[in-house]
Design a protein around this ligand. Structure first.
Ligand SMILES: NC(=O)c1ccc[n+]([C@@H]2O[C@H](COP(=O)([O-])OP(=O)(O)OC[C@H]3O[C@@H](n4cnc5c(N)ncnc54)[C@H](OP(=O)(O)O)[C@@H]3O)[C@@H](O)[C@H]2O)c1
Length: 279
């Protein structure tokens, strides 16, 4: 049986769907079972990644795990190994590979290290920015047809969380992926301004992009995310045109195609499939 953590999240929910459709036995871990709406055959374990004593039952009979890190989940790999888990597929981040020291990369690298030390067989997935990050614009698109953001002309290669999930589920159920690190990108380099143009076309409405001064954007974001992470995101965006040019942040890779056999989904496709969230 396969345990899926983060199963109510952008990537995890698609991992569950892929595994279920593929006829695999799946158990999901959640803190809040009321959030779960999977078919009845999908087992639900209630537990908290930061509270090891809540995880014991979740591991019963599990061979493989899809794992996302949350702050405080450091003990997870060790407990997984002690509970008989053989293989862990970890959702890491391409920030690990940036040539500049940064908190997002450091946090994910530390978790990779804990997994390496645990004795589990492992596969690391290192995606860049998720297309679903555009959902943070949904409120002002709905109410004012505007996106206010900094760094409008800094390109990244956003990836559809469903493609990350397709890779994760493939890696969980097929051989030959142990000890591999897969850096994952979407199919094209896009700036926020270009993403907003695509959203305009898909939604059939004229959405303006307004440049938001860095200090205002930072303060707003710090209301929702840890200060250290916000500082990192801004540092990376500021550095992208120079320091991190031609790195994983703005290079398109073939990894999704090589592992899944299909091209990664475009931002246009993602926007069309998620149009409801912006209307
Ligand atoms: N966004 C990006 O651009 C980006 C880029 C690279 C890597 N990543 C990685 O992707 C991860 C997020 O993945 P996602 O977008 O699929 O998830 P998400 O949509 O942000 O959802 C978070 C998931 O984490 C679970 N969770 C949170 N705290 C938990 C806890 N204490 N115990 C158990 N479960 C907990 C939630 O489950 P319940 O609420 O059901 O318990 C939920 O399923 C990030 O943490 C980061 O490591 C993100």
């Amino acid at each position: 049986m396969i345990l899926v953590t983060g199963a109510t999240g952008n990537v995890g929910r698609q991992v569950v769907e892929d595994l279920y459709k593929g006829g695999h036995q799946v158990r999901v871990l959640t803190r809040n079972p009321a959030k779960v709406s999977f078919p009845a055959e999908v087992e639900v374990a209630v537990g908290d990644l930061t509270a090891p004593q809540t995880l014991k039952k979740a591991f019963d009979g599990i061979q493989s795990v899809y794992f996302i890190r949350v702050p405080g989940s450091e003990a997870f790999p060790k407990i997984a190994k002690a509970s008989g888990v053989e293989h862990i597929v970890f959702l890491s981040s391409s920030a690990v590979e940036l040539p500049v020291e940064n908190a997002i990369g450091r946090n994910h690298f530390n978790t990779e290290e804990l997994i390496r030390q645990s004795g589990l067989k492992w596969t690391f997935l290192r995606p860049g920015a998720f297309m679903s990050n555009a959902l943070r614009w949904a409120g002002t698109i709905r109410t004012e047809s505007v996106v206010r953001a900094p760094f409008g002309d800094v390109g990244t290669t956003p990836i559809d969380p469903r493609d990350i999930a397709n890779v994760a589920s493939k890696v969980l159920v097929s051989k030959g992926h142990e000890g591999e690190i897969y850096t994952l990108t979407g199919p094209e380099l896009l700036t926020p301004i270009e993403q907003v143009k695509i959203l305009s076309n898909v939604l059939g409405k004229d959405i303006r992009f307004e440049h938001l001064p860095e200090d205002i954007a930072k303060e707003t974001m710090k209301r929702f995310a840890p200060s250290e992470i916000v500082e990192t995101l801004f540092q990376i965006s500021r550095d992208t045109p120079t320091v991190v040019l031609n790195t994983v942040l703005n290079t398109v890779l073939n990894t999704v195609l090589n592992i899944t056999g299909h091209q990664p989904r475009t931002f246009e496709q993602w926007a069309a499939d998620n149009a409801g969230a912006f209307q």
